[in-house]
Design a protein around this ligand. Sequence first.
Ligand code: MF3
Ligand code: CO
Length: 256
Amino acid sequence: MIQKTPAEIVLIKKACEITRDALVYAKTLVRPGISTYDLDKSIEKFIIESGGSPACLGYEGYPAATCISVNEMVVHGIPSKDIVLKEGDIVSIDIVVAYKGYHGDAARTYPVGSVSEEKEKLMRVTKECFFKGIENLRIGDRLGKLSHAIQAHAEGNGFSVVRELCGHGIGRKMHEAPSVLNYGKETDGPVISENAVLAIEPMINAGKKEIGMLSDGWGIVTRDKKPSAHYENTVLFSRSGLEILTLEKDDEHQNR
Ligand code: MF3
Ligand code: CO
């Protein structure tokens, strides 16, 4: 596992702060009637004004600053003027910010107005999957401990885990080793090393785990058209413990 230097960690933390702030800002824009294109453009402006740059833009040819995925779209939704949010939707916003060559990556799923009980539960359980995954996770553990806890919590609530996509190391590159799976055995995976930085991102489906890709070559959707949620943070494994670098300051988990 790649270990970051103190100087690198400073820059990663700054990238992560901008990522977090951009998500908090995005949340204030989410309402019925706004297109995912307008959301993307506003978030892009916010990132640039904050001193960062939107790392998704141009990444392997990706055409927008952010990924915005509505309802049955799992991830990698390309923002569009034709996709207009409406009451009852859930919208996943995934943001990667680059700052002086280092990256921060986080995602949230937000409700648009009031949503069904199933969608509420899906969003809650997906976030819980992240926190169950990191519970008691420390340097020296196998990453499978996290993967297994995420899968157990999702399936224990009647939901399913997307297999084809996963979290990742992050730093100078958006995607670094290792792959951070959201399913698997506790005894599998690499050992977590000190000063590793990982993007941990459960993608949980309300129905079955199977996915497909849209003809645009990016959008990932559930095969059964049931909703999907995404919750992601960039996390540092420091000697003093695990630090969630993209967590909102007022999050209920902040001061545990
Ligand atoms: N945030 C995504 C991830 O965690 C990356 C989006 S793909 C991109 O892997 F092309 F939009 F960058
Ligand atoms: Co990511």
